[in-house]
Design a protein around this ligand. Structure first.
Ligand SMILES: [Zn+2]
Length: 150
C-alpha cells in the first residue's frame, strides 16, 4: 500500500467503518507484504501465517471492503478465473499478460463513456494481451523457425 497504517485507518473512519483488531491486523499484514500483486489465497495465507486465529472468510470480506473503499486495488481476471489485489493502491487500469500472467499498472488511461441513464460510481478496466517481454520471445521464436526453414 502506498499509504501507511494511519492513512488507511483514516479512510476506514471516513467511510464510517469500525476499526476492529482484525481489520488492523489485515492492514498491517498488507503493509508488510513485499509483493505488489497478490492473489486472494496468497494474501490469506500470508495473513494466516502471522495471525492463525483470523478466519479465512473474514480476510476475504475485509479485502473486498478495502478494495471497495480504495485502500487496495482489485483486479478481476475472468480468463484466468482469478482475483488479484494490488497491494500498492489503486490504478486506473491494469494490463495482464496472458502468457507470463504478469500484471502492469496503467496510469495514463483516458476513458470516455456517455452514460446518461445510469449513474456510474466506479469502473474497473483490465486489458489482456501479450507484454513486451513475451513479444520479444515470440519474435525470437519466429526468427528461429524461419532460420531453420532456410
Ligand atoms: Zn508476458
Amino acid at each position: 500500500m502506498p499509504i501507511n497504517l494511519d492513512e488507511a485507518l483514516k479512510i476506514l473512519e471516513k467511510h464510517g467503518i469500525r476499526i476492529t483488531i482484525q481489520r488492523r491486523l489485515i492492514l498491517e499484514a498488507l503493509l508488510d507484504i513485499k509483493k505488489e500483486f497478490c492473489s486472494v489465497n496468497e494474501l490469506a495465507e500470508k495473513i494466516r501465517s502471522k495471525y492463525p486465529h483470523i478466519a479465512i472468510s473474514s480476510i476475504y470480506k475485509n479485502l473486498e471492503l478495502f478494495a471497495q473503499i480504495g485502500i487496495i486495488g482489485c483486479i478481476c481476471i475472468p480468463d484466468l478465473d482469478k482475483i488479484y489485489y494490488d497491494t500498492q493502491g489503486v490504478a486506473k487500469a491494469y494490463f495482464i499478460c496472458r502468457k507470463c500472467k504478469n500484471i502492469f499498472r496503467m496510469v495514463d488511461v483516458d476513458v470516455k463513456y456517455n452514460e446518461k441513464e445510469h449513474k456510474i460510481e466506479k469502473f474497473y478496466l483490465n486489458f489482456v494481451g501479450v507484454c513486451k517481454e513475451c513479444l520479444k520471445g515470440e519474435k525470437q521464436n519466429e526468427k528461429c523457425k524461419s532460420e531453420r526453414n532456410l
